[in-house]
Ligand binder design. Structure first.
Ligand SMILES: CN1c2c(nc(N)[nH]c2=O)NC[C@@H]1CNc1ccc(C(=O)N[C@@H](CCC(=O)N[C@@H](CCC(=O)N[C@@H](CCC(=O)O)C(=O)O)C(=O)O)C(=O)O)cc1
Ligand SMILES: N[C@@H](CCS)C(=O)O
Ligand SMILES: [Zn+2]
Length: 743
């Protein structure tokens, strides 16, 4: 193992058939025991080590997690907030309580892992935090693998990144100031790993892919100077994924660490900088040339030539993935329904291992790649391209908001503090089962559609009874808000088993956007029109926006994202026209991923925001003045994109706000936002049901910032992951509060 020639930075862990998801959910619901959960976990670890050791000469270890690697790190170093200790639960149940909340102890905050659709739990730290090495998961998993004959390289979240991803529990406290204390605990851990026989350890310092100030760079420098000088330690590999390490690359090059991993897929220019860093000449460089985040086959010849060009600049070279393979599905061979032309362009985790092995062999033998034909580009649709070429600025502009607002008020006649929901109602087991039965051929498409129509009717009746003002059809027919649209658009392929972890036990199957995009037929019109036929209240049509469709798909990399976004936007524009023709007067275009795709480096942001906003406007600006366009944003803090939210020019913006106590309203007020806004007053991520007085408290704060005529009352996000037992009383509280305040 001493020779580190081929590796990956991490691997999926949910199981090729989502075995971990099922075991976790069984355990949480009481249907399964802890012993059963541990058994599933041990088998997944063993299978992963066996699989990886077949292709790679350095196998990453400690890549398993019951929920999240950042949470694992917090628990390892005893950063457990008091509210969870006080529950008096077992070690495992305390861990799950931190992730999911329990008995009144609110869960830790969940947030985006860099610019991906993976979410981690945010550690809570204060000036009083005292780290202690109380766990031994990395050591245990190392020993467990060794007993199975596999020598692993334990992977840890690096100390600086751990602190930079944490939040201070007191205003003004910066967790990075805890670096020296935390590094001492990492030193203890490295000693234990060395004693257990670990030759290498990997410390992920991905936080340096974002802009970092001098103090943060200095923390990195101090951390690795100290760890590098330890007498008893494994060799240190510091990994930078999800972008360019920027100035941190030189800091690490000057440090005593033995190896550095760089992401050459998202930051190919790093190659040039490496040649200029003479201190890399006695280090190992892991060249991340195989994409850990996307599913396209690697152009092996190009990757081999990048590797070869680095040989003279570094001590030794290892072929690697650009990031952990956590973000891609397990195995392309498990897919049976992909078109051959699309399949031929793809590589999932398992296929990427083979690519890395091939590159490693070629590099070692100084041989060229024989069989590395460049995969074909995506299919072209000349009609779509002609339409885009003919667009003018007029296609992105509506009449002024005040004129629209008057036309909409005349049409809809809504009260002040109008109430609505974000779109989805609970995805019940019956709904999911029905969909699984159609897939298995046990239920006819007709019967399935009938069941969905009945579900829509139930949801409409419930909303009428509760007294909401703008209703939704509830999205029962959607497996996922992106996948559903992808399945109905030309240019996308869907997978059967391409599951990727989004957070904890929740997974998504990102569709594969492989060619020019167009709409075959109307997608949502029948469902929405059916819902509207059942009620005299306005029903809000529900679409997913272009940025979010791209963010949660595997997108083609043979043209700029901006071009692909326009194609998706045109399809949505046509859908809105059809919804209007069917009598729908309110349409929501969700963009929860608007913030997610924001580049990590400030210099790259303006260009992104420009195309992101333009694509939304292209999708929505065909709507008549009297059609009310809503958008919805969630899963982020929005300070950085507040100007872009304004630029969307939506008539109503519903936005996550309950947990941050309406902070976003200050941001909106600061820019003079003057359109409708619905700051969420019910935190749907928590099983806790808000009482009417709690909703009222939030609304009272909101009316200080936004006049009642423009203020909407709604939950933070869709209700699909909740049960009716929680949703019904919560919506009653919301409507009750709005009515009382109107009075
Ligand atoms: C809003 N979020 C989303 C993100 N990304 C998306 N692509 N979609 C999102 O909604 N990112 C940010 C946030 C938070 N992230 C998530 C991610 C995933 C979920 C979630 O609830 N996932 C479900 C799976 C949803 C799905 O695809 N359902 C399918 C298949 C259901 C299934 O597993 N069926 C079973 C059989 C049926 C049964 O017996 O239950 C099977 O196939 O074996 C469907 O409905 O048809 C999850 O369970 O993980 C939420 C937020
Ligand atoms: N309309 C979607 C938005 C989720 S971000 C839903 O309600 O689930
Ligand atoms: Zn949402």
């Amino acid at each position: 193992m001493a020779e580190l020639r081929t590796t990956v930075l991490g691997y999926p862990r949910i199981g090729p058939r989502r075995e971990l998801k099922r075991a976790l959910e069984n355990y949480w619901s009481g249907r399964g025991t802890q012993a059963e959960l541990l058994e599933v976990a041990a088998k997944l670890r063993a299978d992963t080590w066996r699989e990886l050791s077949r292709s790679l000469d350095s196998v990453p270890g400690n890549t398993f997690s019951f929920y999240d690697q950042v949470l694992d790190t917090a628990v390892l170093f005893d950063a457990v907030p008091r509210r969870f200790r006080e529950l008096g639960l077992s070690e495992l149940d305390t861990y799950f309580a931190m992730a999911r909340g329990r008995d009144g102890a609110a869960a830790m905050e969940l947030t985006k892992w860099f610019d991906t659709n993976y979410h981690y739990l945010v550690p809570e730290l204060s000036a009083d935090t005292k780290f202690a090495l109380v766990g031994d998961k990395p050591v245990q998993e190392f020993t467990e693998a060794l007993a199975q004959g596999v020598h692993t390289r334990p992977v840890l979240v690096g100390p600086a990144t751990f602190l930079l991803l944490s939040k201070g529990t007191e205003p003004g406290f910066a967790p990075i100031t805890l670096i020296d204390q935390l590094v001492d605990r990492y030193a203890e851990l490295l000693g234990k790993l060395a004693d257990a026989g670990a030759e290498w350890v990997q410390l992920d310092e991905h936080a340096y892919a974002a802009d970092r100030g001098e103090a943060e760079l200095d923390a990195l420098r101090r951390a690795y100077d100290k760890l590098g000088k330890l007498a008893n330690r494994p060799r240190l590999l510091v990994a930078g994924g999800y972008g360019d390490l920027g100035p941190a690359l030189a800091v690490l090059a000057e440090s005593p660490v033995e190896a550095i991993a760089v992401d050459l897929v998202s930051a190919p220019d790093t190659v040039r900088r490496i040649a200029g860093l003479t201190s890399l000449r006695d280090k190992t460089l892991l060249a991340g040339v195989v994409d850990g985040r996307n599913v396209w086959r690697t152009d092996l010849r190009a990757a081999a030539s990048v590797c070869a060009s680095l040989l003279g600049s570094v001590g030794s070279l290892t072929v690697s993935s650009s990031t952990s393979l956590l973000h891609v599905p397990y195995d392309l061979d498990a897919e049976t329904g992909l078109e051959p032309e699309v399949r031929g362009r793809l590589a999932f985790a398992r296929q990427k291992l083979a690519e890395i092995a091939t590159l490693g062999r070629a590099l070692h033998a100084g041989a060229s790649i024989q069989n590395g034909a460049v995969p074909a580009a995506g299919s072209r649709d000349e009609q779509v391209r002609a339409r885009i070429a003919a667009l003018t600025p007029q296609h992105r502009r509506r009449v002024d908001y005040s004129e629209r607002a008057a036309a909409q008020q005349e049409r809809l006649g809504l009260p002040p503090l109008a109430t609505t929901t974000i779109g989805s109602f609970p995805q019940t087991t019956e709904i999911r089962k029905a969909r699984a039965e159609v897939r298995a051929g046990r239920l006819s498409e007709q019967d399935y559609q009938q069941r969905m129509r009945e579900e829509i009717e139930r949801v409409i009746r419930l909303q009428e009874e509760i007294g909401l003002d703008v209703l939704v059809h509830g999205e029962p027919e959607r497996n996922d808000m992106v996948q559903y649209f992808a399945e109905n658009l030309v240019g996308f392929a869907a997978t059967e088993l391409g599951w990727v972890q989004s957070y904890g036990s929740r997974c998504v199957r990102p569709p594969i956007l492989h060619g020019d995009v167009s709409r075959r037929n109307p997608i949502t019109v029948e469902w929405t029109a059916h819902a509207q036929s059942l009620t005299s209240k306005p029903v809000k049509g529900m679409l997913t926006g272009p940025v979010t469709i791209l963010a949660w798909s595997f997108v083609r990399d043979d043209q700029p994202l901006a071009d692909t976004a326009q194609q998706v936007a045109l399809a949505l524009r046509d859908e809105i026209t059809d919804l209007e023709a069917a009598g729908i007067g309110v349409v929501q275009v969700d963009e929860p991923a608007l913030r997610e795709l924001l580049p990590l480096r400030a210099e790259d942001r303006p260009a992104y925001l420009e195309w992101a906003v333009e694509s939304f406007r292209l999708a929505t600006s065909g709507a008549a003045s009297a059609t009310q366009i809503h958008t919805h944003l969630c899963y982020s803090e929005f300070g950085d994109v507040i100007g872009a939210i304004d630029g969307l020019d939506a008539d109503v913006t519903t936005i996550e706000a309950a947990r941050s106590r309406m902070e976003v309203l200050d941001d909106l007020r600061a820019i003079g936002f003057r359109r409708g806004v619905g700051p969420g007053v019910y935190d749907i991520h928590s099983p806790l049901v808000p009482a009417e007085h709690e909703v009222t408290e939030l609304l009272r704060a909101a009316v200080q910032a936004v006049p009642a005529e423009r203020l909407w009352v709604n939950p933070d996000c869709g209700l699909k992951t909740r049960d009716y037992a929680e949703v019904e009383p919560a919506l009653r509280a919301l409507v009750g509060s709005a009515r009382a305040l109107r009075g």
